[in-house]
Structure formats: structure tokens, C-alpha cells
Design a protein around this ligand. Structure first.
Ligand code: ADE
Ligand code: ZN
Length: 335
């Protein structure tokens, strides 16, 4: 990762701990140097002299604008290959061994990039990344919520041709503001009919009611779920049904969703019995990786080693693998 030095040392126990990550966007792993090089190759203006300056924002809205600019550097299949390959290289340095990773076609189709261009590049990049760096990656296709249900259903159609050993599910990201989450109920039910798993970003910059809507719609995981504790009946359901939350506490601090890590509800959600997991979301944008995230959360909440292991194991439980694959992963990652 070139955007910033890692804070958790190379030999820090939480860096060395083999980890599983369920909430990371491939475009959010793009290195500044790679973006600059590819933008120059394609003559795409980035609007900054120093590519590091792209990664600045004060809110989710600013962040999404920066995310779109970073996406604009990726044009050919080999660019997407490099993106996914470098994501695996950086994940290996964070101790990540298995990852279910988002990609966001909406940001690329808008620029005239074909689905097959990004898909073939990313699939080849994760295969080479696994061969060279030992990080197994599977994919989740994110729909861009503000575009509405029409483009979301159209993307689902495109996904019918994707290799289902690699594409495990679909998600929905971007802002919750001004988005009526009820509209995605048919998307979730159609995806389920296709045998895809489902998850949705919600309760991040929107209320806990959005989590309730998506739980009712039948999603398999909640991405973020930061506002969950605002609705006690919903907490009970999420805990009783062990619906996983893919939490990203440092991302929430960076995007001014919560004031500080100490003020983040992660520890209270864990105490309440929720199946919470720890994730980096967009590591190069936030200038940290998953190992740093484990270190920061352990230190903010004074979690001991057993608690950090439990959090890591929650991610194995929440992964979209069948029971025998989970058992194999558990045995492989050990304690
Ligand atoms: N896309 C990438 N990161 C995101 C986040 N934190 N929230 C919503 N959409 C995103
Ligand atoms: Zn996210």
C-alpha cells in the first residue's frame, strides 16, 4: 500500500493473525501511484497534481465523489487485473487470507466500460493474487442505490453470466440519503431466486429503519449497521437470527458517521450478542489496512486476545462458504 505507512508493525500479533474480510471495495484498495499511472496512460484528468490529494473528504458524499474519480483511471481489462492483483498483495501484508470483496459496476458502466472488461480483469487479478500471495478472494457485485431499482435489476440480469464459483452475491452501496430502501425488496427476492447471497449497506448515513427494511427483505448480511442499537426490537431479531454485521468502525470515523472509535457502537453490539465482524471498507482511501483496524479497535475498547480471536472467528462464521469450506478455513487459520 503506497498511500501511507502502515501503523500496525510487520510483526504485530494482530497483523500476523490470519484474517477474513467481508467488507472491502476493490476500488477502495486502489493505490494512488497506480491511479496516477493509469490515468496518465489513458489521458484521464484527475484534477490534482499529487494523486494522494484524491484521497481527501469530510463526508460520505465527498468520499463518493473521490471514489468516482479514482474509478475513472481504470479502463482496460489489464487495469482491473492490476487493481485486483494489488488488492491481494496489500491484503496479504495485512494478514488477510480469505476475502469477499465488492466491485461496483455502476461506476464503470457509466463511463462506457463493458461489464465483461471489468469482470474478466478482476477475476484474472484475484486468481493471480491468490497464486502469488495466498489470498483467496470471492466477489460481491454492488449496485449503486441512488440510481434506483431499474438499473439495479438490469445489473442483476448482467450478473447471470458471471461464474458463480466467483460471484457469491450482490450488495447495495452509496448513500442512504433520499433513498427509499423498500424499493429494493424485488431485487433481494430475485437475487435469492438466482441463488445469490445478499447484503446491503445500511444504518451508515441513514437510520436503523433502513436496517429493519433490509432485514425484512431477507438480506443475509448487513454492511455497517452502525445505527442498529437505535431499535431494540431489531437488535433482538439480529441477535436471535445471528444476521452478521460487517462493521467498519474506522471508516465510520473517517467519514464523520461517528465522532471517534471510542464512541462507536461496535463494542456494545458485540456485548449484545450480535455477530459483528471487523473490516477495512476502503483501505487506501482511509490510509490503513485490516491489521491496523484490528489494532485500533483492540486499543479503543481494550479488547483482549480472546475477544479479537472471537471477532476474527465471527468473520469465518459470517462468510458465504458452505459448512465444509468453513470448517476447512477454520482449521487452516487456526488460533
Ligand atoms: N462505497 C464504498 N465505500 C462506501 C461506504 N463506506 N458507504 C457507502 N458506499 C460505499
Ligand atoms: Zn462499504
Amino acid at each position: 500500500m503506497t498511500n501511507a505507512p502502515r501503523s500496525a508493525a510487520d510483526d504485530a500479533p494482530l497483523r500476523l493473525l490470519p484474517k477474513v474480510e467481508l467488507h472491502c471495495h476493490v476500488e477502495g484498495t486502489a493505490r494512488a501511484a497506480t491511479v496516477a499511472e493509469l490515468a496518465a496512460k489513458h489521458g484521464v484528468p484527475l484534477g490534482v497534481d499529487d494523486p494522494d490529494d484524491l484521497y481527501t473528504y469530510e463526508s460520505l458524499a465527498d468520499f463518493l465523489a473521490a471514489f468516482a474519480t479514482v474509478c475513472s483511471a481504470f479502463v482496460e481489462a489489464e487495469d482491473f487485473h492490476r487493481l485486483a492483483y494489488e488488492a491481494a498483495e496489500d491484503a496479504a501484508a495485512a494478514g488477510t487470507r480469505y476475502r469477499e470483496m465488492f466491485f461496483s459496476p455502476g461506476f464503470h458502466l457509466d463511463r462506457g466500460i463493458r461489464f465483461d472488461t471489468m469482470w474478466s480483469g478482476i477475476v484474472a487479478g484475484i486468481a493471480d493474487g491468490e497464486a502469488d500471495h495466498g489470498v483467496r478472494t470471492r466477489l460481491i457485485m454492488d449496485i449503486d442505490k441512488p440510481k434506483g431499482i431499474g438499473p439495479a435489476m438490469a445489473l442483476l440480469e448482467v450478473a447471470r453470466v458471471a461464474d458463480r464459483d466467483i460471484l457469491l452475491g450482490i450488495g447495495g452501496d452509496s448513500t442512504e440519503r433520499g433513498v427509499d430502501h423498500h424499493m429494493f425488496e424485488p431485487l433481494i427476492s430475485e437475487a435469492k431466486k438466482m441463488g445469490l447471497k445478499t447484503c446491503f449497506h445500511c444504518g451508515e448515513d441513514g437510520p436503523a429503519e433502513n436496517i429493519a427494511i433490509m432485514v425484512e427483505a431477507g438480506v443475509d448480511r448487513i454492511d455497517h449497521g452502525t445505527r442498529l442499537l437505535d431499535l431494540p426490537d431489531l437488535v433482538k431479531r439480529v441477535v436471535d437470527e445471528q444476521i452478521p454485521l460487517t462493521s467498519c468502525p474506522s471508516s465510520n470515523v473517517e467519514l464523520n458517521i461517528v465522532e471517534s472509535l471510542e464512541a462507536h457502537p461496535f463494542a456494545k453490539q458485540l456485548d449484545a450478542g450480535a455477530l459483528v465482524t471487523l473490516n477495512s471498507d476502503d483501505p487506501t482511501f482511509f490510509r490503513f489496512d485490516l491489521a491496523d483496524e484490528y489494532e485500533r479497535v483492540a486499543s479503543a475498547f481494550d479488547f483482549d486476545e480472546a475477544t479479537m480471536l472471537k471477532i476474527r472467528d465471527n468473520a469465518i462464521d459470517a462468510a458465504w462458504l458452505d459448512d465444509s469450506d468453513k470448517a476447512a478455513l477454520r482449521a487452516e487459520l487456526g488460533a
